[in-house]
Design a protein around this ligand. Structure first.
Ligand SMILES: [Zn+2]
Length: 247
């Protein structure tokens, strides 16, 4: 073999290696992000809706899950009971509906405004019997409710013994700010015109009721790689509160 053809073969082999490395790199970039709820992978999530705190890399382009849906799923999928009897899902989010439906024998939805739900009810005064539901899912609802303490007391009442309520709210800082404000002011103070308060971590005082144990799960429990890959870090919604009704 001539020196020239040997050099040529070395050159081609080097080019092939570079090409393969580039393709591997590209496929890693293409699968940079992953949605654990629907299995989508891609370079980047879609942007959240515009607002005072615009989020890019937020919504799954396939199932439209937000950071808080993926976070709750990752934190709770292995720690909730394997089979739950009755679930009540408030303001049902289609992004996690399938998962909750799969997890239980009887799945119910509830909301005051949404005409599609099974139970059109006011969370502050619900028509359900005591001790009815084994899991109640209530994410980003309480900030819209005028008497959240009453709503929480209703949740406690209809939870079955050992039942769990999953609560998420937008959280900013340590102290809750509330009070009747005109709509225009609500955007400035509560960051959304249909919010009636801006919760801080002192929400724990409201959640700590007789007959319930309260625990907090948080994005900080998770590996940084997973947080990045599933884009879990919404600065206002990194905590999941679990209320368990003592038997
Ligand atoms: Zn998805």
């Amino acid at each position: 073999m001539s020196l020239q053809s040997t050099l040529r073969r070395i050159q081609i082999a080097a080019l092939n290696r570079t090409h393969a490395a580039t393709l591997r790199g590209l496929s890693k970039v293409r699968e940079h992000r992953h949605c654990p709820l629907c299995g989508w992978t891609g370079f980047q999530f879609s942007a959240g809706k515009p607002g005072p705190f615009f989020r890019f890399d937020a919504r799954c382009p396939s199932c439209w899950s937000a950071e808080r849906h993926r976070l709750a799923y990752i934190l709770l999928k292995d720690s909730l009971p394997a089979k739950i009897d009755k679930i009540l899902h408030f303001a049902p989010e289609p992004e996690i509906q399938k998962w909750l439906q799969r997890s239980c024998t009887e799945y119910h939805t509830a909301d005051l405004m949404d005409p599609q739900v099974m139970h059109k009810v006011d969370i502050q005064d619900m028509p359900f019997e005591d001790n009815t539901y084994d899991l109640i899912w209530c994410s980003h609802v309480l900030e819209h409710v005028s008497d959240d303490r009453r709503a929480l007391s209703e949740i406690r009442r209809i939870l079955a013994p050992n039942g769990i309520a999953v609560i998420q709210v937008p959280l900013w800082g340590s102290k809750t700010i509330e009070g009747d404000l005109p709509t225009s002011e609500r955007v400035r103070v509560y960051y959304q015109e249909d919010h009636l308060r801006r919760y801080g971590m002192d929400i724990l005082e409201r959640l700590s009721m007789d007959g319930l144990s309260v625990s907090v799960r948080n994005v900080q429990e998770l590996e940084l790689q997973l947080v990045l890959r599933c884009s879990l870090n919404d600065m206002a919604s990194n905590d999941v509160f679990l209320l368990r009704k003592l038997a």
